[in-house]
Ligand binder design. Structure first.
Ligand SMILES: CC(C)(COP(=O)(O)OP(=O)(O)OC[C@H]1O[C@@H](n2cnc3c(N)ncnc32)[C@H](O)[C@@H]1OP(=O)(O)O)[C@@H](O)C(=O)NCCC(=O)NCCS
Length: 157
């Protein structure tokens, strides 16, 4: 598996990954323009996850210029789910955030209902910090978000 920067040519894949029913309920889907802006932004990394030359997912890191060195794992989507791709991709993303981007804190939020992602993050070494109650309004319903993080000194060896 490898990570590489997303290009505009990849965006059809990215939009299809976001539309997949396995992902759509758990993320805030973006328009193509929003993804283009993220690709162009200095403080974000829009990343394609590839295995055997095939796109198997994408991820978004934000806060690359944050003065507190706090990098947000804003999104990760892999396909197919439940076959170890997430575990492998998270390991590469953690390595990238701490070693290449010099992060001190890597953090994320995840919907309470997204048990698979919560467990995947926990397995990867993220620590639960707390709950942002009713932080997200989706189709007229409020959802709570769990905040998780990993500090530089906690990254897996
Ligand atoms: C979250 C996501 C990246 C995890 O990747 P994945 O490839 O599905 O997960 P893996 O197969 O690598 O499994 C990693 C861990 O997740 C947990 N997990 C996997 N499938 C699970 C399931 N069906 N139910 C509960 N936990 C599950 C397990 O703890 C597993 O660790 P283990 O195999 O050592 O027990 C992936 O499921 C995904 O893209 N989901 C849709 C989008 C999404 O929810 N993104 C996160 C938004 S915050």
């Amino acid at each position: 598996m490898l990570l590489r920067p997303t290009t505009p040519d990849d965006l059809a894949w990215v939009l299809a990954l976001e539309a997949d029913p396995e992902a759509a309920a758990f993320i805030v889907r973006w328009s193509e323009d929003e993804h283009r802006s993220a690709i162009a932004a200095d403080d974000q990394a829009h990343i394609i996850i590839e295995q055997h030359g095939q796109i198997t997912g994408f991820a978004l890191l934000a806060g690359l210029l944050d003065r507190n060195q706090a990098i947000e794992l804003r999104r990760i989507v892999v396909s197919p789910v439940g076959h170890g791709l997430g575990r492998a991709a998270l390991s590469l993303l953690i390595d990238h955030a701490f070693n290449e981007l010099a992060g001190h804190r890597l953090w994320l939020d995840v919907k309470v209902a997204n048990e698979r992602a919560r467990l995947a993050y926990q397995r990867a070494g993220f620590v639960r910090e707390g709950v942002l109650r009713d932080a997200l309004l989706t189709n007229g319903s409020f959802e709570s978000l769990i905040v998780m993080s990993m500090l530089r000194q906690e990254r897996p060896a």
